[in-house]
Design a protein around this ligand. Sequence first.
Ligand code: GDP
Ligand code: ZN
Length: 334
Amino acid sequence: MPDPSDAPDRPLAAASEAVRAGVVLRSTGSWYTVATETGEQVLARVRGRFRLEQEVLDETNPVAAGDRVRLRTEADGTALITEILPRHNQLSRRAAGRRVSREHVIVANVDFAWGVQAAALPTFNPGFLDRLLVMAEAYHIPAGIVINKADLLRDRADLQDAVFFWRDLYAGLGYPVLLTSALEGDGVGAFRTHLRDKTSVVAGPSGVGKSTLLNTVDPALDLKTGEISQKTRKGTHTTTFATLYPLTDGGYVADTPGLREFGLAGIAPEELSGYFVEMRPFIGECRYPDCTHDHEPGCAVADAVAEGTISEERFSSYLNILDSLRAGAADAGR
Ligand code: GDP
Ligand code: ZN
């Protein structure tokens, strides 16, 4: 047995025994904020070797928010990420400005994706939701819809008709749809229950009330709302990084950049219809196996639209996304 006194690195070795597991909350450059099992937050770095491995994997960032990691505490009180546990999924976008596009992982290990829209102010935007749902289907992430600002529907029969149309359409496709009012509290309890003990992405255009709603779900979040948050987020590089916020009741909410930042990286045009749940039953019935359902003869999807089995609105979203995939502009969110 060696004498411990002649081991010069003894203090470091002792510290390295403190191996812990944690969840990455965010990255700021080469530092990561990691929540440990005890809920404590530590700053951590990544071993250089990970970066090299990721080059091979064609990902620009070695560690993303949501990653489950193992940490070794260093002598100076910071931590070293020594291991990234396998991801069960990841949301990513293409890294811009390269001829050969690489993946930028925005958030890993997502259990659920919520697309948030407002009943009004801003106007309900189904195109946004359909992109989110396609992305969720492509990444095998269960998804649902929150329609916030439900209080604005009061005494507005015209608005109700429109909003209930969308609610029924998406509910009919099997997606949970929640109507909430962050201002008055309706539906907030149901949303809170859905978020508990999961890592949830909550995405929606600015102004729909995401921050207000999440603050109502869990006041400890204390997210910035209104004009200020939009100003600080605009045009900054940090918009491509997600932040995970721990929920008091357990679980995390991921604040992700807008859907346009996700893009639909890697989806081939002929794959797209597979991510529209209501089109799936018809895909195999088309005359051509690689049918894109926009011009081909003998198309079962087009027939289903003509018969009203597939909604015109969803088919029109499908065609829009198909166009952007063909233009290679899926990442631009158009
Ligand atoms: P975000 O950009 O999606 O995070 O939206 P914010 O949370 O910043 O909210 C944008 C604006 O909508 C703010 O003025 C909020 O007060 C307002 N708002 C949020 N939730 C509701 C709601 O349920 N009803 C109404 N009427 N206004 C809301
Ligand atoms: Zn077809």
